[in-house]
Design a binder for this molecule. Structure first.
Ligand SMILES: [Zn+2]
Length: 131
């Protein structure tokens, strides 16, 4: 990767694997201007997973999942944080069960079950929108 400022070669000065999110963070320093910046590497799920809905396969969209959860969380104090946490939980579960093609109903059911355990009101809101 080249420098963000002068486009000359950089070297990695530090790196860290975040096991929970399966991301690799790297600190890089430009060999020419000494600028330091951070990059991250993670699995691109939209190019890895497909979702089957009404016999059509579409790329998995984390934002779409997040928004459907966020919509059900608006009564809570920290809806964004909570929705991120629930989205993360659902994606972790999907990782252990799917082989690249996921039925949209599987995601909806898993989301409903997870929300029901987390917050009954959120579950009711989710159910009202997705049934
Ligand atoms: Zn530079």
């Amino acid at each position: 990767m080249v420098c963000a400022y002068c486009f000359n070669p950089t070297s990695v000065i530090n790196s860290r694997l975040n096991k929970k999110s399966n991301q690799i963070w790297r600190r890089r320093r430009c060999l020419t201007c000494n600028a330091v910046f951070t990059t991250s590497e993670e699995i691109n799920l939209s190019q890895t997973w497909m979702v089957r809905k009404n016999k059509t396969d579409i790329p998995f969209n984390r934002d779409k999942l997040f928004l459907s959860i966020y919509e059900s969380m608006k009564h809570r104090k920290e809806p964004i944080d909570d929705a991120h946490q629930i989205t993360h939980t659902i994606i972790t579960k999907l990782k252990s069960t799917n082989n690249g093609l996921i039925n949209s109903q599987t995601i909806a059911t898993l989301t409903a079950v997870t929300l029901n355990r987390f917050d009954k009101t959120a579950y009711v809101y989710y159910h009202a929108f997705h049934d």
